[in-house]
Design a protein. Structure first.
Lengths: 270, 366
């Protein structure tokens, strides 16, 4: 290969990488930038890059109830992770380790639950929740989110557990542990990176989910539901501020959980 | 340390019968090898002894204690897995110490025992490393150290050397054997490698299709195979087999093969007396044949003749493929020899080492 061609390929690859980064980063940058822009700068036709910044929009939103909504969203997301892992991990483990009749069709059935349009069950769900006293509670939203996240948690965790060699568990059984002990002390630590990925996925799904959250809550809005009802009629910079509030906690969570995604103990699990 | 008794073990997986009625008595402190081709049920047998599988029929005894349905942790066995199965999230030290920690052994004693095992396997300087920082051979040593540190009643090994390179395998073979002699633990060792089996086992159980074909010392297995399977599985190159019909005249026995006749002397007529006129399978090992010009004594031999078809010169040995007309007979002679392909050769068969098998039952007659 000639040197010119070599550099040409390098330039093309760098160009594509830059494009990909811009594609993802531009909305972030714009949203964050305009979230803090002084309104007069925002509306001035002569200003492209605003120079005067303010915390006013964010503060206004927080005062309007976003603080409570953020707390609600975090609570709902964490409860969703807790519940879907509580139910999903044993199911995923069973799919990974055991052979039983109907295994494949059951797996397909679990995933196909996601095909069911949520719109259809929204109204019956609300009446049911009112009867059960779950309507307008974080737990109610978390339960609905769990139902949505569970199929993916099961599928993801089953492939994670299948990636932990069976012999490692069998060695634990031989050397003195029972099944539960082998799972807790050998399989779980080894599956942690993959489980972190599943947790990120669940968190983001719950954090972003707006429809069910809007239908099921009235005063205890989660953040997306709150923004939908309060900020969408407001001026643009308030919307950007809302976007910023949406992005920030999710980013923080992903950055924390990401640590567990990369190689641990020198081995990589799916 | 205990003796181990397997009584008529049967294990099925769905419709496949992995182990089909195995009975085996293993003496206290013995090193027994389960040898067989892949899929013969040897690993399943080992897993039944370990408690990782429950047999469909039969019983496992450690001494007088029946352990058939006990979980592995209540059997005081330990195991070296083919993949080593050392835990990647623990250091070497923790890997070896883990079984003791579970048994709530006091900390100082754990430390003492881990160091003892590490020294025995020469991995003392690796104790603080993680498994991914070790080579295959080092991981194998860690797996063995972990297995012996608990002072098990029975040590189980499932092809522990098969993932090592050839040189290391030879070295570990003698090391494992010496180690076993030192700690005198009853050891059950699974392998498909006959050299491993022959060099390490006090006794060898040759298995095929879920059954034990023969149990014996390496010498018994090699010199007196009880059936065609054992005769063909053990030894390299493989034993020559050919069909021949038995002809008894007076006291002399003739084996008429397609291309030649082997003359046996009188003492063969007694065991073969029921086979006059019948077809049997004759077996002779390549190393029990000699070119006529190389031997001094021609007692108890019979000659065959053929053309040289192919020669494998290994340096230490020469393997000659001889075409006798309708079949190829393989001969192995030690040392380097030069043979021209296509030339005629006359070969003496050492009749002290000839094997004759019943064609229907495949069992050895002689």
């Amino acid at each position: 290969m000639s040197i010119a061609k070599y550099y040409l390929i390098k330039i093309v690859i760098a160009g594509l990488a830059t494009l990909a980064v811009l594609w993802i980063m531009t909305p972030f940058v714009i949203a964050i930038l305009y979230a803090f822009t002084n309104p007069s700068d925002y509306y001035s036709p002569n200003v492209i890059l605003p120079l005067r910044y303010t915390f006013e929009h964010v503060q206004k939103l927080l005062a309007l109830g976003a603080t409570k909504a953020i707390i609600n969203s975090v609570v709902v997301a964490l409860m969703t992770i807790g519940l879907s892992f509580l139910l999903g991990l044993p199911a995923g483990y069973a799919f990974a380790r055991y052979i039983f009749p109907g295994k494949d069709s059951l797996k397909l059935f679990i995933v196909s639950l996601r095909m069911f349009p949520i719109m259809v069950i929204a109204v019956p769900l609300v009446t049911l929740y009112i009867r059960l006293g779950l309507s307008d509670t974080p737990l109610g939203v978390a339960l609905a989110h769990t139902a949505m996240a569970l199929p993916f948690v099961i599928v993801i965790t089953s492939s994670i557990f299948a990636g932990v060699p069976k012999e490692l568990e069998e060695a634990a059984l031989i050397f003195g542990l029972d099944r539960k002990g082998a799972f807790m002390r050998i399989t779980m630590p080894l599956a942690l990176p993959g489980l972190a990925a599943a947790a990120i996925f669940t968190f983001i799904m719950s954090w972003n989910e707006v429809f069910i959250a809007s239908v099921l809550t009235l005063t205890n809005r989660t953040l997306p539901a709150f923004i939908l009802t309060s900020a969408m009629a407001a001026p643009d910079f308030i919307k950007f501020a809302a976007g910023f509030i949406m992005i920030l906690p999710a980013m923080i969570f992903v950055f924390i959980a990401r640590r567990y995604l990369i190689t641990m103990w020198g081995i990589t699990l799916r | 340390m205990v003796d181990v008794h397997l009584k008529n073990i049967v294990k099925k997986f769905g419709k496949t019968i992995a182990v089909n009625g195995i009975t085996l008595d293993i003496k206290d402190g013995e090193f027994i090898v389960l040898l067989g081709p892949s899929g013969c049920g040897k690993t399943t047998t080992l897993r039944v002894i370990a408690g990782l599988e429950k047999p469909d029929e039969g019983h496992v005894f450690f001494g007088d204690r029946e352990v058939t349905y006990l979980p592995p942790r209540e059997r005081n066995v330990s195991m070296v897995f083919q993949s080593y199965a050392i835990w990647p999230h623990m250091t070497v030290y923790d890997n070896i110490a883990f079984p003791l920690k579970i048994k709530k052994v006091p900390r100082e004693e754990i430390d003492k025992k881990v160091k003892w095992a590490a020294e025995l396997l020469q991995i003392s300087e690796l104790l603080n490393r993680y498994p991914h920082q070790l080579s295959g051979g080092q991981r194998q040593r860690v797996a063995v150290a972990r297995a012996i540190v608990v002072e098990p009643d029975v040590l189980l090994m499932d092809e522990p050397l098969s993932n090592l390179d050839a040189l290391l395998r030879v070295k570990m073979r003698s090391e494992l054997k010496k180690l076993q002699r030192r700690i005198k633990v009853t050891t059950i060792y699974v392998t498909h490698d006959q050299v491993e089996a022959m060099t390490m086992g006090d006794r060898i159980a040759v298995m095929n299709a879920g059954k034990i074909m023969q149990v014996g010392t390496s010498e018994e297995i090699y010199l007196k195979p009880r059936n065609i399977f054992v005769a063909g599985f053990v030894g390299s190159p493989q034993m020559n087999f050919f069909e021949a019909s038995v002809r008894i005249e007076d006291k002399n026995v003739f084996l008429d093969a397609e291309d030649f006749t082997i003359t046996l002397e009188g003492d063969f007529s007694e065991p073969l007396k029921n086979y006059d006129g019948k077809t049997v399978i004759v077996g002779i090992r390549p190393e029990h044949m000699y070119p006529l010009d190389l031997i001094a004594s021609r007692e108890k031999t019979s000659e065959i003749e053929g053309t040289i078809d192919f020669v494998e010169a290994l340096g230490s040995d020469t393997i000659v493929h001889i075409n006798t007309g309708s079949m190829i007979i393989v001969m192995k002679i030690s040392g380097a020899h030069h043979y021209k392909i296509g030339s005629k050769i006359r070969v003496a068969l050492d009749l002290r080492h000839i094997h004759i098998f019943d064609k229907a039952t495949e069992k050895a007659i002689i």
